[in-house]
Each structure stands twice: as structure tokens, then as C-alpha cells.
Write a protein that binds this ligand. Structure first.
Ligand code: ADP
Length: 538
């Protein structure tokens, strides 16, 4: 066979040739819509790649982006990687200090930014590695305040001066093309580098029917941000399959998403459970339906059975649970049905839907106990989930001291899981979130799901608090769906009906707003800080 290295720009070139008129639609800051085709996109990518080279960017350089999901962000993904540089997507929600830390740690040479983040750039202060900050606005649109600390260049001005054709350099397929830092929910951010090879293979995998099933017949909406794990690879999978790509910009509330889904006839959308709860609440309040929408893929944290059921019964939308990590590019498992799923009861099907899903060819899974001995795939045994495969990292950027792998080369996820004989993996918790009560482990996810099945509860999180006798006991923290929807003692009684007695949370606290981390997940580190002096009585 002819050997041809896997390369990221070949994806968008393919789309420009084979799906030239398929659309990329973006909602911009302020709400205006931008639409163009894969062919237009490819031309601008070539111009941008020429502009990057004119600015002195060469192979191996790191170029940062601080941007929402938009067509310009797609252009940056491809142009930066195409010339052999590394596209470092920066999560703006992590705050100025962390932003300064990751830009300096990664040694970003240029940083492209949405004007909305200019005050954060000011707060981050001078970062020596950065030669230029480049605003994604056109020079003429001076209706925003540029950062005081930097004199930005302007994206549109830069690319307008360039030719719209380019000969992509030949690159080894193991060249780095992307960089994403973990959101740091369990510690300091760690940088994961993706390669051309891993990115293309991951994109091919997500297109498969039983993975995300992308196709030229679909219109997809990645709500999951392009600044975190490449929006699950969708900006690569969409052009590879010819799907229409709809990019939501910064407005991610229920109403804005419903409007976009309706207006663009979105067939599938991708995001974290908190985003889908926001959409569900909006639909419930307004009685609105979304006829084009067939499925929502939910990942990043566990889904509740209640949410799945309400979307299915009230809106005809299937919610599919999927699992992954920054370190796994991210897609690891997707909960897609099998023939045998058609012959099971609704109750069995509901229980199955809460699992994180079955394996994807290209990524292997195994379970290990605390001594790293293998555990059976019997659906019962739980242990650490370990993975390896074409799009799993072997370590972290400039942090060689962090041991990511076992001695025999498997990545340690830190998730505690079981795998059933059908291959469906089920996460009971993150190792760090488990509650160890009198030597027995309690899964925070199980308790949260029990609380979320009550209509008066909008969000729930369980953390461990110290206990004089049992060392740790669960504390349930919840947000009500409406004021006075339920009292603390009633909620405790309610969850007690669904759990073993020793697992029932010792106390329930209500808060008005749940702290969310940089990727929209509940921030348990923050909750632990808030409740660090919380004491339970014996
Ligand atoms: P961070 O580790 O910084 O939170 P990631 O986005 O990489 O950033 O998070 C990966 C983790 O998220 C997984 O290890 C797992 O604990 C959790 N996770 C991802 N998807 C799911 C899911 N469907 N159900 C439960 N937990 C999930």
C-alpha cells in the first residue's frame, strides 16, 4: 500500500473538495450569524497559514487561542497544525492567573483571542514568550476595548494580505498538532499534546455509526467548547463526514440553544449535563418542542436517569452518555445500543443508559485493583479503569515527573469503574471523589442521581466530610428547582428510599448556585473549600 502520513489539513481539504457547499454556521458575540462553506473555509485557512508563516511561526512553535466556538477558531485549528505548529486551546474560564501560567508553561509564541477576553489578558500581565497578541475582530470594528497591556494585531487584516493557496509542508504523522490542558478539577493543569496521527484516527473513530455517527445527512452542534479537548474532535469529524457544523459562540443558555437548534435544524448536539439541564428547564418552562433534534450526547460528568427520561418522554430526544478525558482526545466510550438492547424491559434499558458506554475500536480498556491486578469484566467488580490506544496520551508536556502510565504502558484514568460482559463500562466515581466511610466506599455519583430524581432538585453534589467515628461521611449539597421546592429532611428521607441505609447522606445543605469549574462541571474542589469546617455529630 502507498504510505501517506495522517495529516490534519488533509481533513479540511477533503471537505473543500467533496462537500464544498456544506455549511459552517457560527453565532457570533452579540448574536449575529455568520455562514460560509467548507470551500470558503479552506481558502481562509490557507491565507491564515501563510499569515502565520509571515509572522515567523515555524514547526514546533506553540500558538494559543482564547476563543469561543466559531468559524475563526476552526480556521486556527487547521492553519496552525497544517504548518507543523501546535494549536494550544486555552480555557478562558480558568481565570487570569491560570491563563498566565498555562501560556508561559506551554511557551506560546502568538495568542489569538476573542475581544471579550481582553480584560483577562490585561489581568494576566506580561508573558515573555508571547511575541504577538492577535484580536479576532477586524481592525475597523473598534467598538471594543483592546487589552491595555498589549497592542494587538488584527486577524482579518493579517489574512487579507495573504494568498489563498498553500502547499502544506510534509510532516511526520507523529508531529504534535494540538495542546490542551486538563481543567484541573483534581489539581494543577496538565498539558496533553495530540499528534496529527492521533487526531485523524480519533476523528475517523467518532464518525463511526456506533460512536457519534457523524454523516453528511446530519447537522451537528458542538456546545462543548473548542477550548477544551478540541470540542470532542467534532471540528475534525464534521468536515471528514461532510456534516453541517453549527457553532454556538458564547450564548449557551437554554433559550439561545433552543433558538439555534430550531433555526439551523440541528439533528444532534454535544455537551456536558449542566448545559442539557439548562435546555430542559427552558423547554419545560415554555412548552416548546425541538422537532429537528434527534439526540443529545452528554459527557464530562454523569447524567441522571431523570434527565434522560424527561428528554425521551417529553421531547422525543435520546440522550446518549459518553465518557472521555483530556488525556484520551477525549472519546473513550459511547453508550450506543446493540441488537439485544431491543429485547430488554424499560427498567433495564434505563439502567443501561446510565452506564458510560461501550468500547470504541482503537482504544482498549481494562480494570485493575489497588495492587494493579486485573479484575474481571463481569459487571460487578470495580477497580481503576486503565486505557491505551491510538489517541491516549503517554505523558504530560514539560512534566516528565508525572507518572501517567502503569509499568506495562496503560494510562491510569483515576476513574473507578466496572465493565459488564457486553463491554459496557460504568463509572462509579472518580477515585478522589469517593467517600470512604468506615472502610467502605460510597459512590458520590449514585447519591447525586438519587437526589436528582426528585423534581424539586435542580443540581446535586455529594462530597466527603470528616466524621468522628466513620472517618468520612457523605454530605449532599443541592440547588432547588424552585424556592421551597423541598426541605432538607424531606430530601434526605427521599434519597433514603433508594439507597442502602449506610450510604444515606448524613446531612443535606441547600445553596442558591452551584460552583461550576472551567468546563461546566460542578466544582467539587470549591465545594470542599466552602464546607471545609463542616462537622457532623456522632
Ligand atoms: P478534568 O480531569 O480536568 O476534569 P476532563 O475533561 O479531562 O478534565 O475530565 C475527565 C473526567 O471526567 C473523567 O476522568 C471522568 O471522571 C469524568 N467524566 C467524563 N465523562 C463522564 C461521564 N459520562 N460520566 C461520568 N464521569 C465522566
Amino acid at each position: 500500500m502507498i504510505y501517506s502520513p495522517l495529516s490534519v489539513p488533509s481533513i479540511i481539504r477533503f471537505a473543500a473538495e467533496n462537500h464544498s457547499d456544506q455549511e459552517i454556521v457560527s453565532r457570533l458575540n452579540g448574536g449575529a450569524m455568520h455562514r460560509y462553506s467548507y470551500a470558503d473555509c479552506y481558502q481562509r485557512i490557507a491565507k491564515l497559514a501563510n499569515a502565520l508563516q509571515a509572522l515567523g511561526v515555524t514547526k514546533g512553535d506553540v500558538v494559543g487561542t482564547i476563543a469561543w466556538n466559531s468559524y475563526q477558531h476552526v480556521e486556527l485549528y487547521y492553519a496552525i497544525s497544517g504548518i507543523g505548529a501546535i494549536c494550544h486551546t486555552i480555557n478562558p474560564r480558568m481565570g487570569a492567573d491560570r491563563l498566565a501560567w498555562v501560556v508561559a508553561h506551554a511557551q506560546d509564541k502568538l495568542v489569538f483571542f476573542d475581544s471579550q477576553f481582553s480584560s483577562m489578558i490585561d489581568a494576566a500581565g506580561t508573558i515573555n514568550s508571547v511575541n504577538h497578541w492577535i484580536a479576532l475582530e477586524a481592525d475597523s470594528k473598534k467598538n471594543w476595548l483592546p487589552p491595555h497591556s498589549v497592542k494587538p494585531l488584527f486577524y482579518e487584516t493579517l489574512i487579507n494580505e495573504q494568498r489563498s493557496n498553500i502547499d502544506w509542508p510534509d510532516l511526520d504523522e507523529n508531529t504534535s498538532c494540538g495542546l490542551c490542558y486538563t481543567s484541573g478539577t483534581t489539581g494543577k493543569p496538565k498539558g496533553v499534546c495530540y499528534t496529527h496521527r492521533s487526531t485523524v484516527l480519533h476523528a475517523m473513530a467518532i464518525c463511526m455509526t456506533d460512536v457519534l455517527g457523524l454523516s453528511a445527512m446530519e447537522t451537528i452542534l458542538p456546545v462543548v467548547p473548542m477550548f477544551h479537548v478540541n470540542a470532542w474532535g467534532l471540528p475534525y469529524g464534521a468536515p471528514m463526514s461532510g456534516a453541517k457544523l453549527v457553532l454556538p459562540g458564547p450564548m449557551l443558555d437554554g433559550e439561545s440553544l433552543a433558538n439555534l437548534i430550531d433555526q439551523e435544524n440541528v439533528t444532534s448536539a454535544y455537551g456536558v449535563p449542566t448545559v442539557w439541564m439548562g435546555l430542559l428547564d427552558y423547554l419545560d418552562r415554555t412548552g416548546r418542542q425541538l422537532p429537528s433534534l434527534k439526540r443529545l450526547v452528554s459527557g464530562g460528568s454523569a447524567v441522571s436517569g431523570d434527565m434522560l427520561q424527561r428528554f425521551r418522554e417529553d421531547y422525543g430526544v435520546t440522550v446518549i452518555n459518553a465518557w472521555g478525558m483530556t488525556e484520551t482526545s477525549p472519546v473513550g466510550t459511547v453508550n450506543m445500543p446493540k441488537q439485544r438492547s431491543q429485547n430488554i424491559s424499560q427498567a433495564e434499558s434505563d439502567a443501561l443508559a446510565l452506564k458510560q458506554g461501550r468500547g470504541v475500536f482503537g482504544l482498549e480498556m481494562r480494570l485493575a485493583d489497588t495492587e494493579n491486578r486485573p479484575l474481571p469484566r463481569d459487571g460487578q467488580a470495580t477497580g481503576e479503569l486503565q486505557v491505551r490506544g491510538h489517541w491516549v496520551t503517554e505523558g504530560y508536556l514539560h512534566q516528565a515527573d508525572l507518572d501517567a502510565l502503569t509499568e506495562d504502558g496503560w494510562f491510569r484514568t483515576g476513574d473507578i469503574a466496572s465493565i459488564d460482559p457486553q463491554g459496557y463500562m460504568h463509572i462509579s466515581d472518580r477515585a478522589k471523589d469517593m467517600i470512604k466511610s468506615g472502610g467502605e466506599w460510597i459512590s458520590s455519583i449514585e447519591l447525586e442521581n438519587a437526589a436528582l430524581s426528585h423534581p424539586g432538585v435542580a443540581q446535586a453534589a455529594v462530597i466527603a466530610v470528616p466524621h468522628p467515628k466513620w472517618q468520612e461521611r457523605p454530605l449532599l449539597i443541592a440547588c432547588r428547582s424552585q424556592t421551597d421546592a423541598i426541605a432538607a429532611t424531606d430530601l434526605r428521607d427521599y434519597v433514603a428510599t433508594q439507597l442502602e441505609k449506610w450510604m444515606v447522606p448524613d446531612a443535606v445543605e441547600f445553596i442558591d448556585e452551584m460552583p461550576l469549574g472551567a468546563t461546566g462541571k460542578i466544582d467539587k474542589v470549591q465545594l470542599r473549600k466552602i464546607y471545609q469546617d463542616y462537622r457532623l455529630k456522632e
